[in-house]
Design a protein around this ligand. Structure first.
Ligand code: NAP
Length: 363
């Protein structure tokens, strides 16, 4: 049943999962009026991240899903309203919203621009906002967002191909930045899993002057990865000889895999003192053998999206380097088909919903 919160008077058409069946259906709900700190954004496009699918299917134990959920956290569109306290945006601006809806803005993490690690962080869907309302995401016609969680989308980037930067992009950008891989060139970087996150990690790695290896389960992706994305080396993770021949060859690896897998063979690819950053989010425990860690003095870390300052920095860098995502644009009546194909690992490399272009079909 739709929630009723005072001041939530604007009717929005969207698309929601009502149960864990993995499908969504049209859903009408309410959003708050545009407040003094808010901007309202008419949503043009919204990416479909594997996180949306994890939520829709209730795949993460420990996170309680408040059905009906309106997924979508790779949101781009045009600003239509601006609150009186908002200086950085005006009506007509190209704007983007990622995973964050709110944070306390007062703790050390928030002050350091790491709102994503704030204890009180509120996510853009399936979260509880300050006024007690449930947050609804970007599979919808418009969103009202606190301006501190909105970024500008560079003029030269096509909106559809920019949308996945809001989550997939920042999630792989932050680990590269944290490990000084934006400045120093010529490192040997590995990307595990060539999906939505993985293909952008490849693009960043190449744009910032590194040798990029993909570690994949899908032999069918090799040709295009090399020819289209410029991948330098393609390693099949299920081919023991290939994996052994690349032992101790990489400085840094980002693991974007959405499913359970062992970290041992991946760690073996790292040089001594190399680092593996896990961003893929299977909720099943991953096998982490001690020998590849201790014999190689290797480190394993995790990372979740990025802070708002980093997000704008990344958008601007993408504008400068003309980095966009390879997307397959779908209509709203094709979302269920896209979700099924995403579950089947059948997308190169990101589905993006044309929200505004198909809003008349509501289906
Ligand atoms: P995606 O497009 O489905 O890509 C995931 C890739 O993982 C697939 O393309 C596939 O690559 C590989 N893969 C799939 N099943 C596998 C299996 N059983 N064993 C080994 N490899 C497998 O998903 P995505 O949108 O990039 O998201 C990836 C993961 O990151 C999801 O779990 C998502 O929830 C998570 N995520 C985390 C953050 C964060 O802040 N940390 C942010 C966004 C997303 P190959 O075919 O090349 O093997």
């Amino acid at each position: 049943m739709a929630q009723t919160t005072p001041n939530h008077t604007q009717t929005v058409h969207g698309w929601a999962a009502h149960d864990p069946s993995g499908t969504i259906a049209p859903y009408t709900f309410k959003r708050r009026e545009n407040g003094v700190n808010d901007v309202t954004i008419k949503i043009l496009y919204c990416g479909i991240c594997h996180t949306d699918l994890h939520y829709v299917k209730n795949e993460w134990r420990g996170i309680s899903i408040m059905y009906p959920i309106v997924p979508g956290h790779e949101i781009v569109g045009t600003v239509t309203k601006v609150g009186s306290n908002v200086a950085g945006f005006k009506v007509g601006d190209r704007a983007g919203v990622g995973g964050l809806a709110a944070s306390c803005l007062d703790c050390q993490h928030c002050r350091d621009g790491q709102e994503n690690y704030c204890d009180q962080v509120r996510f853009v869907f399936n979260g509880i906002f300050w006024d007690g309302s449930i947050t609804y995401g970007g599979f919808s016609e418009f969103i009202v967002s606190d301006h501190r969680y909105v970024v500008h989308v560079p003029e030269n980037l096509p909106m559809d191909a920019a949308a996945p930067l809001l989550c997939a992009g920042i999630t792989v950008f932050t680990p590269l930045k944290d490990h000084d891989l934006l400045e120093c060139k010529g490192k040997r970087i590995g990307v595990v899993g060539l999906g939505g996150l993985g293909h952008i990690a490849v693009k960043f790695g190449k744009a910032f002057g590194h040798h990029v290896s993909v570690i994949s389960t899908s032999a069918s992706k090799e040709k295009e990865a090399k020819e289209r994305l410029g991948v330098d080396d393609f390693i099949l993770s299920n081919n023991v000889e290939q994996m052994q021949s690349k032992r101790k060859s990489l400085d840094f690896i980002v693991d974007t895999v959405s499913a359970e897998h062992s970290l041992g063979p991946i760690l073996e690819l790292l040089k001594v003192k190399g680092t593996l950053v896990v961003v893929g989010a299977s909720d099943k425990p991953m096998e982490l053998p001690s020998f590849p860690l201790i014999f190689g003095k290797r480190a394993v870390k995790g990372s979740i999206v990025g802070g708002m300052k980093e997000l704008q920095e990344m958008m601007d860098l993408c504008g400068q380097h003309n980095i966009t995502c390879d997307v397959e644009v779908v209509r709203t009546d094709e979302i269920n088909h896209a979700l099924r194909r995403l579950a089947d690992n059948d997308v190169k490399y990101r589905f993006v919903i044309d929200i505004a272009g198909s809003s008349s079909s509501k289906g």
